[in-house]
Write a protein that binds this ligand. Structure first.
Ligand SMILES: Cc1ncc(C[n+]2csc(CCOP(=O)(O)OP(=O)(O)O)c2C)c(N)n1
Ligand SMILES: [Mg+2]
Length: 570
């Protein structure tokens, strides 16, 4: 068993060395008094040339978590975030909720106030804050939203703890873990510490789907008149795009990407039937839900009585949701990529027998797609010169300015139909837990992971303010992570307004036309936030001027400056 040895070190030294050894690139930190051993270890590593993750100061915890999520979304590799005891944990929880519901792994950690009030143990309490910051159960703050939590009390288990943290986070369905690192154990000194390298704790393989269940689904598809696939997250694995493309084309099965958080099927794919399943639910006799927690809203529109419903994914019943009552005539547990591949293989054997129905369906879907594209084009034509600018026009212009390699991250109202997306991994959204304030962090994390790719992030004006914009622009400047942020500034929380009006269509709120708790004061010069950090900022009101403004901002980003466009929208 190959061993590595650290001599004359602290647990904190060993912890950082282990993280690097296990392939962690970045340590996103938001520090406090609990960090003293960690900061000392980073400096020691630098002085001695020891390998540790790169430390990155991130001035808000919510930003730090979302940076780690964005980095993972591009690389598939989880990173470490460490925050300051209970208070930093509280600030990070929004991101942890998004990570949990989005099945995005992150090694989330924090210090813990020192145990000892007196004595000479290194790391003992030395500041007033060490009393009020103690909790009976700090782990409980995050416990419901993490897969595993642990407080490191003894260096004897350090290697196991690091490996277990990574193993648990990376085992499907993936998600965050929470590790608490108290100051005295971190500060503990040793003469010599051995650890195994490479790790002997390999992450468990993904669950493979039951071949019999896949055969059953293939036969349901072969016997269906109008099968339909609804997905949301299958593209979180870029390798899932090809088998979904293949199988949907082979059997002419239309695919709806409902509220997608990744590109699951390219825009030009012949089975791409848009983003709203509702018009097709009545007559679809087989509905296949692939990695999507909310495929329809049951109180609004559900599949017809006679339809067969199948769910697929690493946890097809989303067992960590308290209530989720979607019917499942068949639910297939399995990693989505091999599930699609095996389904495609099974369908290949049934293709000849179903040739006629496939071709009839293909013709019909081609026709439906033509109508859909005509509608989308007409929608754009109608709204391209409206002022304040329309979502369609803005989305279309962003689509024009980007290239295939661009990573688009959205946290705003947005017109997916106007967006031409072809390359797997070129579209990422987040906020799976509904926590606004993810886009700026995720775009910085994505840029860190892919420095040569353009990253464009769309933001509602509300979302932008949730995203800790000044800390985000600080990180962009300090770490040279130039991204293009496009703010859809409608001077309101439009979603909150619409939701209230939908619930009370004849109520006082709708009649007031400027209801409380939904409207911002107008005239905010968000573009000036760039003055703080030396980026490029512009405000755009005239739709005709948007294409050139985007060009200018993209050019600034290409030259290394972060850019913000403040767009006046509806
Ligand atoms: C952390 C957090 N707080 C509050 C909400 C509730 N919420 C959902 S949408 C929304 C409004 C978003 O406003 P904006 O980003 O400006 O987009 P718009 O609706 O105006 O298009 C709010 C406040 C949330 N999702 N997350
Ligand atoms: Mg808004």
């Amino acid at each position: 068993m190959p061993l590595k040895t650290i001599t004359e070190g602290t647990v904190s030294d060993a912890y950082l060395a282990l993280l690097a050894d296990r392939g962690i690139d970045y340590f996103f930190g938001n520090a406090g008094t609990d960090f003293a051993p960690i900061i000392e270890s980073f400096s020691k590593a630098q002085a001695l040339g020891t390998e540790v993750p790169k430390a990155m100061l991130v001035p808000h915890e919510n930003l730090a978590i979302h940076m780690a999520l964005g980095y993972y979304a591009v690389t598939g590799r989880p990173q470490v975030v460490m925050v300051h005891v209970n208070v930093g944990t509280a600030n990070a929880l929004n991101g942890i909720i998004n990570a949990s519901r989005g099945n995005i792994p992150v090694i989330f950690s924090s210090g813990r106030t020192p145990y000892s009030e007196t004595g000479d143990r290194e790391g003992r309490r030395t500041r007033e804050v060490h009393w009020p910051q103690e909790m009976f159960d700090q782990g409980a703050l995050a416990r419901e939203m993490v897969k595993w939590d642990y407080e490191l009390k003894d260096k004897a288990v350090l290697e196991t703890v690091v490996d277990r943290a990574i193993n648990v986070a990376m085992t499907e369905p993936r998600g965050p873990i929470y590790l608490t690192l108290p100051r005295e154990p971190l500060a503990e000194r040793f003469d010599s510490f051995d650890y195994t390298s490479p790790s002997r704790h390999s992450t468990p393989t993904a669950a493979w789907p039951d071949p019999n269940a896949i055969d059953r689904l293939a036969s349901l598809i072969a016997n269906a008149d109008n099968p339909l696939i609804i997905t949301q997250d299958s593209g979180s694995d870029v390798n899932a795009v090809a088998p979904l493309s293949a199988l949907s084309d082979r059997f002419a099965i239309p695919v709806i990407q409902r509220k997608p958080r990744y590109l699951c099927l390219p825009s030009d794919h012949p089975m791409h039937l848009g983003f709203d399943p509702d018009p097709y639910l009545d007559y679809s006799d087989l509905v296949i839900v692939a990695q999507c927690d909310v495929p329809w809203i049951p109180s609004v529109k559900a599949p017809g009585e006679g339809s067969t419903i199948v769910h697929m994914g690493p946890d097809p019943i989303f067992s960590d949701y308290p209530i989720r009552g979607y019917e499942a005539d068949l639910a297939i547990t399995g990693s989505i990529t091999p599930s699609f591949q095996m389904l495609d293989d099974a369908l290949a054997g049934l293709e000849a027998g179903a040739k006629n129905s496939i071709e009839t369906r293909r013709k019909r879907i081609t026709g439906l797609r033509e109508i859909m594209h005509e509608n989308w084009a007409a929608g754009l034509e109608k709204s391209k010169s409206s002022s304040p600018m329309s979502q369609s026009w803005i989305s279309h212009c962003i689509s024009e300015v980007k290239d295939d390699d661009t990573i688009l991250i959205t946290e705003s109202a947005f017109s997916m139909p106007q967006m031409n997306l072809t390359k797997p991994g070129s579209f990422i959204s987040g906020g799976a837990g509904g926590g606004l304030g993810y886009g700026l962090g995720m775009s910085l994390g994505a840029k860190l992971a892919a420095p040569d790719r353009m990253v464009i992030c769309t933001q509602g004006d509300g979302a932008y303010m949730y995203g800790n914009p000044i800390p985000a622009h600080y990180v962009a400047a300090a770490e040279t992570l130039p991204t293009l942020t496009v703010i859809m500034n409608n001077e309101q929380w439009g979603a909150v307004k619409r939701n209230t009006r939908a619930m009370y269509p004849d109520g006082y709120a709708v009649k007031s036309n400027r209801e409380d708790l939904t409207f911002f004061e107008g005239g905010m010069a968000f573009e000036k936030s760039m003055e703080v950090t030396g980026g490029y900022g512009e405000r755009v009101e005239d739709p005709a001027k948007l294409p050139m403004a985007l060009e200018r901002a993209a050019k600034a980003v290409g030259e290394g400056q972060a850019a913000v466009l403040n767009l006046q929208t509806v």
